[in-house]
Design a protein around this ligand. Structure first.
Ligand code: HEM
Length: 158
């Protein structure tokens, strides 16, 4: 009985003794996803804007089906337009590997594609403001195509 009493705290102490406790030290920074601290990849300024687009498109995929969500849909679209407006002024990392004589043309094409995207976002905004669901969905589909074409052309891994 004495031994049992002595062993009683063991299950509670075991994680601490083995160093497997899941509680992080109070001063450790929050860890994102499953990455270890220090292993996070740095997100570049353009990628940051692209992530706004990704989140926006994901929300709109369902949101556009629901007129009740149009206030939120409009907010999302406006946020995406800001991200594209800023992103068009940034330099795609792929530029580095482009031969000097082709850099200017590459940047021009990039800028034009991003401006087209701004225009499509405006079309989506107008469609929502006019309550035209078909036009809103059509603009969404065009944006999806622009995403694929833009990545094919302006990112390393297409
Ligand atoms: C709805 C449209 C778009 C979405 C949701 C989107 C989303 C993303 C995401 C999530 C990334 C980062 C990770 C990855 O490579 O998958 C990215 C990177 C990138 N996207 Fe887009 N994108 C869109 C449209 C475009 C367009 C139209 C262009 C070009 C005109 C473009 C150019 C790029 C470039 C250059 C990168 C690399 C950024 C970097 O590494 O810093 N994207 N995009």
């Amino acid at each position: 009985m004495k031994i049992l009493l002595l062993l009683f705290p063991l299950p509670f102490l075991l994680p601490f003794l083995l160093g497997t406790t899941s509680a992080p030290p109070a001063d450790s920074p929050p860890v994102q996803d499953s990455q270890e601290p220090g292993q996070e990849e740095e997100v570049g300024p353009l990628e940051e804007r692209m992530l706004v687009l990704k989140r926006g498109m994901r929300a709109l995929r369902r949101g556009l089906k629901d007129p009740e969500k149009d206030a939120t849909n409009l907010e999302i679209v406006a946020g995406m337009a800001v991200a594209v407006g800023e992103g068009k002024l940034l330099t795609p990392p792929m530029l580095e590997g482009i031969p000097q004589e082709k850099k200017e043309g590459f940047l021009l094409e990039y800028r034009k594609s991003m401006v087209s995207m701004q225009m499509e976002l405006l079309k989506l905004e107008l469609a929502l403001l006019g309550g035209d669901r078909d036009a809103a969905k059509a603009a969404y589909e065009v944006l999806k195509e622009m995403e694929d074409a833009g990545h094919e052309r302006f990112t390393q891994d297409g």
